[in-house]
Write a protein that binds this ligand. Sequence first.
Ligand code: SF4
Ligand code: SF4
Length: 285
Amino acid sequence: MIISVASGKGGTGKTLVATNLALTLSGKSKVQLLDCDVEEPNVHIFLHSPMNQSQPVFIPIPKVDEAKCTYCGKCAEVCAYNAIAVVKNKVLVFPELCHGCGACSYLCPESAISEEGREIGVVERASLGNLEFVQGRLTVGEAMAPPIIREVKGHIDPTSMVIIDVSPGSSCPVVEAVKGSDFCLLVTEPTPFGLSDLSLAVEVMRKLDIPCGVVINRDGVGDDKVESYCQEQGIPILLKIPLDRNIATLYSKGVPLIEGMPQWHKSFLRLFQDIEGILTSQVAK
Ligand code: SF4
Ligand code: SF4
C-alpha cells in the first residue's frame, strides 16, 4: 500500500505525520519512507541516521554538433521550454531551462544533437531496521524536481508499506509524488489559509482519483471551518493533533512524537487502520 502525505501549504506538520506514521508501522512490518519534498527534505532530521548510499540524478540535455548543424531552427521550434535557440550561425542551449524531454534531438533533421547528462541532485538511502528511508535532494538553484521524485519513487518495493512525504502546494512536484498512491493524507491547520490550500489540494486528489482524508494539526488554533468543509465534501477527518507546547518542543528538537510522547503510537496506528478500513470499504462497493 502506498500512502502519501501532502498539504496545500508548507509548515502544516506534514513531515510530522509522515514520519510518525512510518515509524509506528515499522514496529511490526517492512516500511519505506520516501522523502519526495526534494527542494527541502527534512524527514532525516527526525531519523538521526546517516545516509549510507548516495547516487546522483542526471537529466539529458542537448549537445549540438555544429559541424552537422544547418541552423534550420527546428530544434528551437519544437522546444516547449525555450531552452534552445538558433541565432544566426549559432545554436544556444540554456541548460537550466531544459526539461530533458529529448524532442530536439529526436526531431533534428541532421542528427546533429546528442545528449549529455547534467547533474541536478541526488537520491540518498538509509536503513533503520524495518524502515528503509529514501530521500531526494534537488541541488540548490535547480528547478526540476520531478526527475528526482521519479528517481526516489523508482526505489519503491511493492512488498513494502510505503509512506511518501510530498512537497507542499498543488503543483507538478506534488502530482508527480502522489501519482500511484492508494491514499493521500492531507495535513492542514484550522485557519482560513489552511482551508484555502486544503481545498486546492482536495481538487488535485479528485482529478487524480486518489481517495483522501484529512489530518488537522494545531487543532484549537483557529476556527471550525475546516471541519465544516470536510463534512460538506464528505472527506473524513482521521486525526487531530492539538496545539500543544510539548509537541512543538519535540518537533523543534527533531524528536518523533511517538518517541517523545509514546501515547501517540496508538493514534497513528488507529490512523492507519482507518485508512485500511476506507480502502477496504471502497473495494467492497
Ligand atoms: S534542428 Fe538540428 S540542424 Fe536544425 S538548427 Fe537545430 S541542431 Fe541545427
Ligand atoms: S531536451 Fe526538450 S526541453 Fe531540452 S532543449 Fe531539447 S526540446 Fe527543449
